[in-house]
Design a protein around this ligand. Structure first.
Ligand code: AGP
Length: 610
């Protein structure tokens, strides 16, 4: 996730901005920059790579004089990670410098309009439309200009602004992305994350959506969306830096679980407009899609599991055979592929060695490759023929959560796009599924509400001492159960195994004994009765069953020991919601077992060796 810091006060701004950016390094970034205003002129230094490089280029900030400015660490979403694309971005007339977190969904349309108006863009980013728009809107009244700006922007944004014509003040405006004002003594800050200013103050004011703040050395003035002044209540933070970096959560994993509504919104919304799907311009022509003999989906771990969810969805709606292959197997299996097979490569980090090798082999064998990746400009992103990014933001915890659910969301987008091209889905069903896709972030928000989380916590405490757990399901619930088992075992060290519910009786059911815990995913209404009999066969052997059910199937609870339900959603999309429940279950079991949740033993976040 990008990081923002702004300073206005009596001290030299640049060294404070650089220090603040260092506190944001943990969030993951690929470039950084600062802008300071000196004698009504904006001075800018940016660099690719680590903050240390920015520090070197600016001689620790000494090259920039001035007592107010802004700084940014960039996590690339649009445009490669390089100095040109690093923030701050400056308007053509040099009067506005801007730092931005979030995604401007309508940036392409705004950029064309600005270019037609003679604007010269320096970067490939969506963010640069903000200073260029400001230049054309501003007529001396910044607050009015910001209200007009907000009326033009679609998407999510936290924006820090300095204007060369407006000395000793910072402007801050936000929508669906955090922006906080730090209140110092004769100096004030704007930050995306309190850890950037915690060294200087523990007193903060949270800006709410569509509110604007004008920050000067002596204080702040806040305004609502209509421009009316509002009073904001400061709050004091007693967190240490470690807790601040996790946004107040005890672990990165639970923070990232709670970031999923945002991550899903950022992954889905920019690709859906007027009820249609645009995969960032990735075009498959009908003759290619009609000529496909199959789709291979390749990945490791959770990425592989996401691919299996994708298989069920794509085969159902596109009627194209899909094969899921572990990357480590693919590269040594002399794979049968060619120009008539699409290879979908899935990787959160974009650096997994096995997956990168599989990508390169598929290309060598003539298959068109599409990568679903979270890290812009990563090795897999660079090598694939096309890339559909998940916009999950940086994922710090080793156990992926938002990385996985956004991969599944990206596969739903791909499946619907291909089905529409192939003509294997009716317009009605397409529209219905697109609407249900757009509702997923809200469904997840519902799941993360306190009362729902408490229900999971209670059951996690009840079952935390088990040593062997089964996850069963049918159809897309079986696909979802694979990820549920991996989440539990990788952070709680409990042996967990996913099984197709109908397959249990072919051997594995011999392991079920008194009290053996089985989590039974029961969201597929068409398979309800089959699941019911599988659950009963587990219980008749003394097994304990915790059902994870959709509201329509919640009567399964009558024959289970316990049940957790997911919000109402389309059966085809339930793996995103069952994933959230199972992530929470794994997290609270691991917490109860006092495991090292963010850094589980023997694991690395990205396995860059074969
Ligand atoms: C998931 O929780 C694990 N950390 C692991 O299985 C991971 O999904 C796998 O190593 C693939 O990583 P990638 O998505 O970065 O390629």
């Amino acid at each position: 996730m990008c990081g923002i810091i702004g300073y206005v006060g009596k001290r030299q701004a640049a060294p404070i901005l650089i220090d603040g950016l260092k506190r944001l390094e943990y969030r993951g970034y690929d470039s950084s920059g600062i802008a300071v205003v000196e004698n009504a002129k904006i001075k800018l230094i940016k660099s690719e790579g680590k903050i240390a490089e920015l520090e070197k280029r600016s001689s620790g900030g000494k090259k920039l004089n001035g007592t107010f400015g802004i700084g940014h660490t960039r996590w690339a979403t649009h445009g490669e990670p390089n100095t040109t694309n690093a923030h701050p971005h400056v308007s053509n007339d040099g009067r506005f410098a801007v730092v931005h977190n979030g995604i401007i969904e309508n940036f392409a349309e705004l950029k064309s309009e600005l270019i037609a108006d003679g604007c010269k863009f320096a970067s490939e980013t969506d963010s640069e439309v903000i200073p260029q728009l400001l230049q054309r809107i501003y007529d001396g009244d910044m607050l009015a200009a910001l209200r007009t700006l907000e009326s033009r922007l679609k998407g999510s944004y936290a924006v820090g602004i300095v204007c060369a014509d407006e000395p000793d003040r910072l402007y801050a405006v936000r929508k669906d992305n955090p922006l906080i004002i730090g209140l110092g003594d004769g100096e004030n800050f704007i930050v995306s994350d309190i850890s950037a200013a915690l060294r200087y103050t523990r007193k903060f004011v949270l800006l709410d959506n569509s509110e604007t703040a004008v920050v000067t050395p002596d204080g702040i003035k806040c305004y609502d969306a209509s421009g009316a002044p509002i009073e904001k209540e400061p709050y004091t933070v007693d967190w240490d830096v470690d807790r601040a970096e996790k946004g107040g959560y005890p672990h990165f994993m639970i923070k990232e679980i709670h970031e999923q509504p945002r991550a899903l919104t950022d992954t889905l919304r920019p690709r859906i407009s007027d009820g249609d799907i645009d995969l960032d311009g990735i075009n498959f022509d009908k003759s290619y899609v009609d000529g496909l003999t199959g789709i291979d989906i390749v990945g490791c771990g959770s990425a592989y599991h996401a691919g299996i969810v994708g298989k069920y969805f794509i085969e159902k709606h596109c009627r194209i055979p899909v094969v899921n292959i572990l990357a480590s197997e693919y590269i040594y299996s002399d794979p049968i592929t060619d120009g008539k097979r699409l290879t979908v490569i899935i990787s959160q980090s974009g650096e997994t060695a096995d997956t990168l090798a599989a990508l390169r082999l598929a290309k060598k064998l003539g298959s068109k490759t599409l990568a679903i990746v979270n890290v812009v400009h990563s090795a897999i992103a660079r090598d694939a023929d096309s890339v559909l990014y998940t916009h999950a933001g940086p994922e710090i915890a080793v156990a992926t959560t938002k990385g996985y659910t956004t991969q599944v969301a990206a596969l739903y987008l791909l499946g619907l796009k291909l089905a529409a091209i192939k003509g294997t889905i009716t317009q009605k069903r397409f529209t219905d599924l697109v609407e249900k896709l757009e509702a997923l972030p809200n469904n997840v928000t519902e799941q993360l509400a306190e009362p729902e989380v408490e229900k999971v916590k209670t059951l996690a405490a009840r079952y935390a001492d088990h040593h062997c757990v089964f996850f069963i399901g049918r159809g897309t619930d079986y696909a979802a159960s694979l990820e549920g088992a991996l989440k539990l075992k990788e952070i709680s060290y409990i042996h967990a195994e996913a099984y197709a519910a109908g397959e249990l009786k072919h051997g594995t059911i011999s392991l079920i004994e008194q009290g053996t815990l089985t989590l039974a995913l029961t969201t597929q209404t068409a398979l309800y009765h089959k699941m019911e009999s599988n659950i009963k066969s587990v219980e008749s052997r003394g097994g304990t069953v915790l059902a994870i059910a959709s509201p329509a199937n919640s009567h399964i609870g009558e024959c289970c020991n316990d049940m957790l339900t997911i919000p109402e959603c389309d059966d085809d999309l339930s793996p995103v919601l069952t994933a959230v429940v199972l992530q929470l279950f794994a997290y609270y079991v691991a917490l109860d077992r006092k495991c090292d949740i963010d850094k589980p033993r023997n694991l690395a976040k990205s396995v860059t060796v074969e």
